[in-house]
Design a protein. Structure first.
Ligand code: SF4
Length: 138
């Protein structure tokens, strides 16, 4: 059986980030060494496109873009599609991009004030609840 690890696609240099760029982090090399990598991007899995407006989760759990569009359904759709994809590959080790409203361990506060709070992103929350082994890097 393959030794899979899933990684937020933007961490390996894929331009999946909201602004059309990536979050390449050289630390990823050591984390994925010797494993077969599955790339995930919950926001694209959920039907959003790149580039897209930056979004944050509000206190009530709804997610809005900076222009006031309610994008909650896209985020949850992406989270459940990610879960299904990982389960289908029997992959329970995941490296996620911190700070993202989908993937983060810390996420922005919901009022676009550039302030991070300790609150998991939507996909991170779902995967944690389901017992996945999660690692976060910036
Ligand atoms: S949703 Fe996750 S994988 Fe996709 S761009 Fe944002 S941080 Fe990266």
């Amino acid at each position: 059986m393959r030794d899979y690890i899933a990684v937020s696609a933007c961490l390996v240099g894929a331009n999946t980030k909201f602004n059309g760029k990536n979050n390449y982090n050289p630390k990823i090399k050591d984390l994925i060494k010797g494993k077969t990598v599955l790339l995930i991007c919950p926001e694209l899995f959920g039907g959003l496109e790149t580039p897209r407006d930056v979004s944050e989760e509000k206190e009530d759990g709804r997610i809005y873009s900076i222009n006031g569009e309610d994008v909650t359904d896209f985020f949850y759709n992406g989270a459940y599609k990610t879960l299904e994809f990982l389960k289908n590959h029997n992959c329970y080790d995941v490296v996620l991009k911190n700070g993202s409203p989908s993937c983060g361990e810390y996420t922005y506060d919901g009022i676009f004030a550039k302030r991070k709070i300790k609150r998991l992103g939507v996909t991170a929350r779902l995967l944690k609840d389901k017992g996945f082994n999660l690692t976060y890097i910036d």
